[in-house]
Design a protein around this ligand. Structure first.
Ligand code: PMP
Length: 358
């Protein structure tokens, strides 16, 4: 039988539970209200000729760069952040190199790094999910060639602050530092402005979360000018499709749409955290559009009971350090009210608050 490369044979499979997602989608951290109407207007203008041509991403990269306060050479549009991670792994990793990931975190860093034959070294967060700076610094060796940090982190919602990230960039000049800012809109702190000061600092952004465009698959990889031509060598010139490119400037231009949604999410985050505490459930402070909640042994029943009420949430209990935990996306105000009502019913039905506080 045809054999895959050894590194690929050993890879775990990643099967996000995408089937049957009817109801209130609080399971994938998407925008639950959808994208700007201006994006839909642009979509309706797309012609057969637009689709017949190979997509040209250069002009849109210039628009995105200006939006970020960068120059076009520092910006590569990608097929979601997933592709950006893949490209960094392809550009910088050799078999047996080391990759540091701070766990629990987004699973694709380990998958793309593992596929190259590099060795993934997990640095576990503290029990309260605070960023383990000292352990990350200790974990940097000459073999370390990539360090991936999501800030805010998924599934915890906790952050590494700018000074901590820059300290890592300084301590590991031979490693690419990937700061994944997929949830930056809900937090506000960024290291994009620091890219020019380092030769190894890369930042990713996505249009899958706050912008409501997960289905179009668009992300940004921003990095140092001398490094980006190397990353471009391993990238397809056509990985971002023409439809995504056609609507992206409109998505960026409608900043009111984003700020209004972000304000609702931040308010909802506080409401849900208060409601959970009143129900006797622990959640961690989050700077993202989701909360990680400790449900306990009945995490599986909790997810099913929420689904019966048409509210989809994500079981994260098998993530390192997350036993019994479920992740809940925060949506609009109305959706938050629906969520809080469902939480109350399910906690009573499963007698949860008692179990956790006992
Ligand atoms: N980074 C993080 C931290 C994420 O949580 C996710 C989505 N779950 C992604 C990247 C993937 O983003 P994209 O849809 O742009 O590939």
């Amino acid at each position: 039988m045809l054999r895959a490369r050894t590194a690929v044979q050993d890879l775990p499979e990643y099967h996000p539970p995408l089937a049957g997602r009817d109801g209130l989608r609080l399971d994938f951290n998407e925008n639950t209200e959808g994208c700007s109407p201006r994006v839909l207007q642009q979509l309706r203008k797309i012609t057969a000729d637009d689709l017949a041509r190979y997509p040209e991403r250069g002009p849109v990269e210039a628009v995105v760069a200006a939006h970020l306060g960068l120059v076009a050479e520092q910006v590569l549009l990608t097929n979601g952040v997933d592709e950006a991670i893949h490209l960094l792994c392809e550009t910088y990793l050799e078999p047996l190199d080391e990759v540091l990931v701070v766990t629990p975190t987004f699973g694709m860093y380990e998958i793309y790094a593992g596929a190259t034959g590099a060795r993934v070294v997990r640095v576990q967060c503290a029990a309260d999910f605070r960023f383990p700076l000292a352990k990350v610094l200790d974990g940097i060796h000459p073999a370390t060639r990539l360090i991936a940090v999501a800030s805010p982190n998924n599934p915890t919602g906790t952050v590494a602050d700018r000074e901590q990230l820059l300290q890592i960039a300084r301590a590991a000049p031979d490693a690419a530092l990937l700061v994944d800012e997929a949830y930056v809109e809900f937090h506000g702190e960024t290291v994009v402005c620091d890219i020019d000061s380092f030769d190894n600092l890369f930042v990713t952004r996505t249009f899958s979360k706050a912008y409501g465009l997960a289905g179009l698959r668009i992300g940004i990889l921003a990095g140092p000018r001398p490094q980006m031509p190397r990353v471009r060598r391993v990238s397809s010139p056509y990985s971002v499709n023409a439809v995504a490119l056609a609507v992206l400037p409109a998505a960026l231009a409608d900043s009111d749409h984003i700020s209004c949604y972000v304000a609702q999410v931040k308010n909802g985050r506080q409401r849900v955290q208060g409601a959970l505490a009143a129900l006797g459930l622990h959640s961690w402070p989050s700077q993202a559009n989701f909360l990680l909640v400790r449900i306990g042994e009945k995490h599986h029943e909790f997810v099913s009971a929420m689904r019966q009420r048409a509210v989809l949430v994500r079981d994260r209990s098998s993530d390192p350090g997350c036993a019994g935990c479920v992740r809940i996306t925060i949506g609009s105000e109305v959706q938050t009210t629906q969520l809080i009502a469902a939480l109350g019913e399910v906690v009573r039905e499963l007698e949860l608050g008692r179990e956790v506080t006992a």
